[in-house]
Design a protein around this ligand. Structure first.
Ligand code: ZN
Length: 479
């Protein structure tokens, strides 16, 4: 039987970075593992009778930035809704979310595939605000509850079923993670469950067929686990269709160690949650001032940088990977002006990145300042210092934090140049001493020019600019 077409839609929850929880003054902790359980709670986030929610401006601002970054329509009027269900991690018996009139609707995200050789755009249905639940910890046959997480702000980003492969999903997730990280919206660490991904998968024979029965996959906390889960689910559904079995809409959890999935629950419809407008919160009406502020905030969109790096700078994938993998490195790169981007990338993605990696540290921990870095890059750009000398200078800067100019002096890399006449006579002598190689050059072996430059450098004790020597020899050979 032919392969079937995979169709995937995603729902991603990102934990918003804000000082406080979404509707109360409790701190919005980013790492629950280091906090004593149930110490960061109040009547609002534990759902005590009579406690009323007040929306955090900061959480709202972050949500609006998500809307802007994902090219959404930011709605002037939106609303909160109650999603009711009974579960111990939900102290109020309902979750405050946005179903009917979300704040951000109709957006799109573009991203690259296959090592930046292809690109794709997926449509966003909405990006809405939602409160997180408490954390349930299963310990020795007991279920324990930690309400520190209850009421912390989330943004849920819902896509249309636009994905056709596991690779498209993971590349999109990486782009989304970079967007929220670069703009301080969320740390989006999958392992810490700061970014949670629900994958809705169905298969069908062709694009023109209606969508097949949808299965939702949850509880995956790495990109590779998500990729494996999608591939596994594709084959599971394909086998079911092939054997003529029907299955119902359902939610499956991942047992990653066994690369299998298990049925968590058959999927409830929206009706089962009895959604209705949240009576304790007024409609969310954004004033012009707030909207203008968001419109005037400039955001870093990694896709746009990659596009520029590819088309304008002509970067290969190693340079792009080296720069976009870490925001601090990218910012460092961008902040250095008036230097050829390829020269910047070569040194930042090369020895500097290698040092950061070896020492598990960031570019800001370098022993030399950005000003020193700029001075070095200017010297590299001038082309007066040999490539291997530049490497020596950079190594020394990394190890000692010394100034490039001091290293040049110490190592006599700046020995006074010969004048043009002296250089010409030495270059002539070198050519006369090596007639066979001159012959080879004239037959088209142009790489022999390096040999002559080397000989001139040797005879002049390095007191000549290699580029000047190169030009001189080239001139003499063309006669
Ligand atoms: Zn609270």
């Amino acid at each position: 039987m032919n392969n079937r077409l995979l169709t995937i839609g995603l729902e991603i929850h990102c934990k918003l970075k804000s000082e406080n929880k979404m509707f109360c003054q409790c701190k919005n902790q980013q790492n629950f593992d280091i906090l004593i359980p149930n110490t960061n709670v109040c009547p609002v986030c534990t759902g005590q009778p009579g406690a009323l929610p007040t929306l955090s401006n900061e959480a709202l601002r972050k949500a609006l930035l998500v809307g802007k970054a994902l090219n959404c329509t930011i709605n002037k009027t939106s609303r909160f809704d109650r999603k009711s269900y009974f579960y111990p991690d939900l102290p109020m018996g309902y979750q405050i979310t946005q179903l009917y009139k979300p704040t951000n609707t109709k957006g799109s995200v573009s991203f690259f595939l296959n090592n930046y050789t292809e690109e794709k755009t997926v449509e966003i249905l909405d990006a809405h605000l939602e409160c997180d639940t408490a954390k349930m910890i299963h310990d020795g046959g007991q279920a324990l509850l930690d309400f520190n997480r209850a009421g912390t702000p989330l943004i849920e980003i819902v896509t249309w079923p636009d994905f056709r492969s596991a690779d498209e999903v993971t590349e999109y997730l990486k782009e989304l993670q970079r967007i929220v990280r670069y703009n301080e919206i969320s740390d989006a660490d999958l392992e810490k469950w700061q970014m949670r991904v629900d994958v809705n998968i169905s298969i069908r024979k062709s694009e023109s067929d209606p969508l097949g029965t949808r299965v939702e996959l949850k509880n995956m906390n790495s990109f590779s686990a998500i990729k494996r889960a999608i591939e596994h689910e594709y084959h599971r559904q394909k086998d079911l269709y092939e054997s003529g079995e029907n299955f119902t809409q359902q939610t499956r959890g991942r047992d990653d160690a066994n690369t299998s999935s298990y049925l968590m629950r058959s999927k409830e419809d929206a009706l089962d949650y009895r959604y209705f407008p949240e009576p304790d919160l007024p409609p969310l009406v954004l004033d012009d001032n707030t909207l203008n502020k968001i419109n005037n905030t400039s955001l870093e969109i990694p896709y746009e940088f990659i596009k520029k790096a590819k088309d304008e700078y002509g970067f290969h994938k190693e340079y792009i990977n080296g720069l976009i993998g870490d925001k601090e490195t990218l910012d460092y790169f961008i902040s250095i002006e008036n230097i050829d981007p390829k020269i910047k990338a070569k040194w930042i993605c090369g020895p500097i990145a290698a040092w950061c990696k070896e020492n598990f540290t960031s570019i800001h921990e370098l022993k030399f300042s950005k000003e020193q870095s700029i001075k070095f890059l200017q010297i590299a750009q001038e082309g007066k210092i040999l490539e291997n000398q530049l490497k020596i200078i950079m190594d020394e800067m990394i190890n000692t934090g010394k100034d490039s100019e001091d290293i040049i002096k110490e190592k006599w890399f700046d020995a006074p140049w010969l004048d043009a006449n002296e250089l010409e006579s030495i270059a002539k002598a070198v050519l006369e001493e090596n007639p066979t190689i001159v012959e080879q050059y004239k037959w088209g072996k142009t790489t022999t020019l390096w040999f002559f430059v080397g000989q001139v450098m040797k005879k002049t004790w390095g007191k000549v600019n290699p580029k000047t020597a190169w030009d001189m020899i080239e001139k003499l050979l063309s006669k």
